[in-house]
Design a protein around this ligand. Sequence first.
Ligand code: 57M
Length: 359
Amino acid sequence: MLYHLLYPLHTTFSAFNVFRYITFRTIYASLTALLICWLLGPWVIRKLTKQQVLQHVRTDGPPTHKTKTGTPTMGGLLILFAIVTATLLWADLTNSFVWLVLLVVISYGAIGFLDDYLKQVKKESRGLPGRIKIVSQVVIGLLVAGLLYTRVDFDTHVSLPFFKQVAPDLGWAYILFAVAVIVGTSNAVNLTDGLDGLAIGPVTVAAATYVVLSYVAGHMKIAQYLQIHYVAGSGELAVICGALMGAGMGFLWYNSYPAQIFMGDVGSLPLGGALGAVAVITKHEILLALVGGILVVEALSVIFQVGFFKVTNGRRIFKMAPIHHHFELKGWPEPKVIVRFWIVAIILSLVAISTLKLR
Ligand code: 57M
């Protein structure tokens, strides 16, 4: 909004020329989202506590989690408010990619809200039935992928990190691939969100990485130099990724160990969905598996554990899945698990960015 209100005045006030720069608006979208979370956090924590929106911790988890019962949850509402507000303030609202990502953020947030509401407020421990959750995520994914596919300028080739010459064209099957990326990332963040700050840390690192990847994908000269897909207009997604990053840092201020608030599904589902949507639009879909390597490992640990458990009638690969619980049960204190996962997330992000040159 500020871009539309203030940039036109640059002929009178030359300083307003700065609003044309994506870099400037990304920085201030990030700071706006961070400040919203940082300043409103205490009030939201008090409000959720007063409304008794408190986490019920399952008894079959690690024994150290028992003390977490009663922690306010659904803090994702604050994250979503910060992201949407900062994006509406600082992004170019004529950019359709921005609205596509906002569509995922708001709709996946609604799915997560419904699940949390049924679980935490209506005290229905099952929450939203799993199949309804996944079907609604797939339907929204199909809508977003379908809208992208119908764009004349949209490319259905899949770029592979490290291999410049290899970019298979999936044709209409790209729609299914895009849905898998969006829904898969959303659920991977959901599974990862099982220790204080464990999900929001890697999500924030991934959002920062996609600030860079969106910017270069939307910059014709840089894209040509790096020999990556040029996606006209995708540079504006750096602003919404900046908002994601800022909201993540602001929420982490209160979600860091020992957490004063949990994000709930209303936070985890849209955060993952947004990252997936940005990865698809900027044509760095496979790279997300590297940037979000922690999320991938967390989800795969569950898949392998459940599969192995079924095939072997009760044997386990890990002490407990997702893999963060395995390390807890090995005796790692919770903060050590969390910070070590953050370190790995930062390493993977640096390697991912380096692949732009290593092609
Ligand atoms: C999402 N939710 C956390 C919080 C957060 C198939 C199976 C792997 C499913 C999985 C599952 O239920 N996943 C649901 C993970 C939960 O966090 C809430 O959920 C929101 C995110 N969606 O915002 O509101 C608990 O995580 C802890 N937590 C923190 N700090 C945070 O900042 O400590 C969360 C955020 C919270 C809190 O204790 O209550 C969760 O873990 O449920 N199930 C599991 O992950 C369970 N694993 C399991 O059953 N493993 C089995 C098989 C089936 C794979 C095995 O290994 O044999 C574990 N989770 C729980 N109990 N709660 C272990 C058992």
